[in-house]
Design a protein around this ligand. Sequence first.
Ligand code: NAP
Length: 239
Amino acid sequence: MTQNALVTGADRGLGQGLTAGLLARGWQVFAGQYLPDWPELGQLKAQYPDLLHLVPLDVGSIESALAAAEAVASLTDRLDVIINNAGVASRTSRTPITEPQDYDEMHRLYNVNALGPLRVVEAFLPLVGSSEMKRLCFVSSEAGSIGQAQRTAWYAYCMSKAALNMGVKLMYNHLRPEGYTFRLYHPGWVRSYMGGKKNPDADLEPEVAAAYALPFFLDARADEDRLVLRDYLGREWPF
Ligand SMILES: NC(=O)c1ccc[n+]([C@@H]2O[C@H](COP(=O)([O-])OP(=O)(O)OC[C@H]3O[C@@H](n4cnc5c(N)ncnc54)[C@H](OP(=O)(O)O)[C@@H]3O)[C@@H](O)[C@H]2O)c1
């Protein structure tokens, strides 16, 4: 039986790498498309016309999430895995507290990074509930770890990821007893497009970062009854 996944923010960066990696494993992928003019998903669609479905999805909007869920439900009655990957960072949000803060920008990051995955789970949960795996994956960041925080600014990004971690913990408390399984993940420093253009200084190409991430997202784990934030090297982070 073909397995089905939804990936948010699939146009480029890690999400595109995860989409390509899932397709190469024979999965059917519903790829959340936020940038219809960006070419990479179109190229993958030409390569995997039957397995890849492009679904318009802005995780910042519940209307968009519900419409995307309806579109996916018209094609399948089951999602085995959701990978909540979509996220935003911002250069201006690195301003220290001794300078004026950009509160609109903080709201934008919180809306996408912390609330976006909640909208996606709300909209798609019935489809995941029909599967055996019932797997909910969340791309967080070491930046959301309160226990290991070293930065002296980056308020918007760090606080949005810490809030995401709390949201995942609340979902875990509710849904783990119903059989859902959870993955909370820091992907490493990825040569992705956060900040608008590809960052060549980072450590990992998106496809390499995806190759690290997919076993963690897809494989069974002995410790399903403990929510952990793991990084791409398998290290556990306090959160
Ligand atoms: N890059 C790193 O080193 C790093 C480290 C730790 C964690 N992460 C996390 O990894 C995840 C993937 O990021 P990435 O590094 O691959 O960055 P990326 O290249 O910017 O990819 C993120 C994708 O999500 C899209 N997106 C933005 N807002 C969205 C929305 N409202 N709805 C749906 N999609 C939206 C982005 O579009 P735009 O390009 O238009 O914004 C982009 O296509 C994020 O959650 C990020 O926080 C990244």
